[in-house]
Write a protein that binds this ligand. Structure first.
Ligand code: ADP
Length: 526
């Protein structure tokens, strides 16, 4: 999980799903991976500025493994990027800066939401009904050359702002530099904001993000778990960092694989002397998350009665529910009552299942990985995939398959920091899959191309002995009803993310060039 949620890997996973479902995944800011996409970033920004001199977007640069705001800075021009050459090159992402955040008391703030992944297969996600909000300590102004370095104005990290003279420690939930999410939502509700809608958008963001990272997680997971045996009962609490835009659209900033569960804060008790003192706001949020996680995960525990719950000090707080949702049943079947963590998946699986396309590609990938512990596909396994799924023919011969394999793996091996293991990783396989889908079903949009190719492969596999059990995720073609289309509202639409370009590039392989004379004759599969 730690690996998967590093900034580069998260950005890659989000980008893949953005390619398939651009409107569903518009909550993740456009990001470029450094150093490999520096040229692309730089060219795009130059073009945007040339087209419209009044456009002057800001970007935020984040080191790959960074946390707590370390090494983060804002830039307005690609030449301000602190890139180093060769092996010194800093790995990270440069991301569109959301310049119109929602402000409270003139301050920028972000939301920390705790999410429990109870199990990967089947996927079970719980969201804590209560979260934290972390406030900046200097009034917000839209970025300008003058204020770019004002971290207390632009970065909401507690670890940074606590060192500003303006940080307010407060025992109350609704004042100070760290507040509960519910206190902020109630305040917004008092101003007429439809907080149910905000909350349901946040839930959708969380589910979609988990759906984006699950395929790669499943590859890691199968490498650790012996085939045919039940996996260990493991779980993970994640910290989602979410920013609300002025128009109330939630934006995902990052996902923390190891969020702090501290319930104390550092306080300067006399000049220069710091002490850890209890933090009621942290306690209010985090104790519930840990308590409910243990209760949900412990298979030995019996369902406690309501009186037991009360005796244990469990108060039933006012619920923030999803739009149109009824009060949750106090006891879900076979599961302990959850007072703070609320199940959102599979509860809302109908709305979101059709976004799980990459996971179906991952299922194919895992099936052909073969040997336990492997995370990369070798050339022979790639060929076997083509043969088994009957994907090669006179128009795409096995020789073309080999060239495709070499071209894609070579390109990806340069981009992956840990390339000790040779072969084709999931991301590279997904790219090959998109490429093939595009060739076969030219007239369709990418999502439909991919669905069509998946159906073809899955049908071939199902027709084989023992095939039916292999298919893990069924998916309707319909788009989720409840998911509303919103746009990020970025100043300039020309500032497109590198994703389509990467795909364009992938469809423009040297391979493509080499095979051109034969391939251009006809596309018989269409
Ligand atoms: P870290 O892991 O170092 O905390 P984050 O990605 O959470 O890195 O970024 C740190 C802070 O920077 C966030 O808490 C938020 O206040 C601000 N921030 C991050 N990304 C953006 C963005 N795209 N637009 C606006 N502000 C951002």
């Amino acid at each position: 999980m730690i690996d998967m949620l590093r900034k580069i890997n998260l950005s890659r996973a989000m980008r893949t799903t953005q390619e398939l479902f651009p409107e569903e995944y518009d909550f993740y800011p456009r990001s470029w991976i450094l150093p490999e996409e520096y040229q692309q970033f730089s060219t795009q920004i130059r073009m945007v500025k040339e087209n419209d001199a009044t456009v002057n977007p800001t970007f935020i640069v984040k080191p790959d493994g960074g946390s707590q705001g370390d090494g983060i800075y804002l830039i307005r021009d690609p030449s301000d990027l602190k890139l180093m050459a060769g092996s010194q090159a800093k790995q990270g992402v440069v991301q569109e800066y959301i310049h119109k955040p929602l402000l409270i008391d003139k301050l920028k703030f972000d939301i920390r939401l705790y999410v429990l992944i109870k199990s990967l297969e089947p996927l079970e996600i719980y969201i804590a009904k209560e979260g934290l909000t972390r406030f900046c300590t200097e009034p917000y102004q839209e970025p300008s050359q003058k204020n770019l370095s004002h971290v207390f104005m632009h970065l909401t990290n507690y670890s940074l702002n606590v060192h500003s003279g303006n940080f307010i420690h407060s025992d109350s939930q609704n004042t100070g530099s760290k507040r509960t999410l519910s206190s902020v939502l109630y305040r917004l509700a008092a101003k007429g904001v439809d907080i149910k809608r905000v909350w349901s958008d946040i839930i959708a963001l969380v589910i979609k993000t988990v759906i984006a990272v699950v395929p790669e997680l499943r590859v890691y997971y199968q490498a650790e778990i012996p085939p045919g045996k039940p996996g260990p009962t493991c779980f993970q609490i994640l910290g989602f960092d979410i920013l609300l835009m002025k128009n109330l659209k939630p934006i995902l900033l990052e996902v923390n694989s190891n969020p702090s569960m501290r319930i104390e804060h550092e306080k300067e008790v006399s000049p220069g002397v710091f002490e850890y003192v209890p933090s009621p706001v942290d306690e209010d949020v985090k104790v519930g998350v840990i308590r409910d996680t243990l209760r949900l995960m412990d298979p030995g525990l019996k369902k406690p009665s309501v009186s037991q719950l009360k005796a244990g000090g469990f108060e039933h707080k006012e619920e923030i529910s999803v739009e149109g949702e009824k009060q949750e049943k106090s006891l879900e079947e076979g599961v302990l009552p959850s007072l703070c963590l609320k199940q959102v998946y599979p509860k809302y699986s109908k709305q979101f299942n059709c976004l799980r396309l990459v996971e179906r590609i991952a299922s194919l990938f895992i099936r052909f990985l073969g040997v336990k512990g492997n995370m990369r596909l070798g050339p022979t396994a790639f060929r076997t995939f083509f043969r088994t799924c009957k994907l090669s023919n006179s128009n795409f011969t096995m020789a073309s398959v080999d060239i495709l394999y070499i071209d894609i793996t070579r390109r990806w091996s340069g981009t992956i920091s840990d390339s000790r293991e040779a072969g084709m990783g999931l991301q590279a396989f997904v790219e090959a899959f998109f490429f093939l889908a595009g060739r076969r079903f030219k007239s369709l949009v990418l999502r439909e191309q991919v669905v069509s190719l998946l159906e073809l492969c899955e049908a071939q596999l199902e027709s084989q002995p023992g095939g039916e059990d292999r298919r893990s995720v069924s998916c309707s073609r319909a788009l989720p009803r409840a998911v509303k289309t919103q746009t990020l509202g970025l100043a300039n639409p020309q500032l497109s993310s590198p994703a389509p370009q990467r795909r364009a590039a992938s469809q423009d392989y040297r391979l493509h060039q080499r095979l051109k004379p034969r391939m251009l004759r006809a596309n018989v599969e269409n």
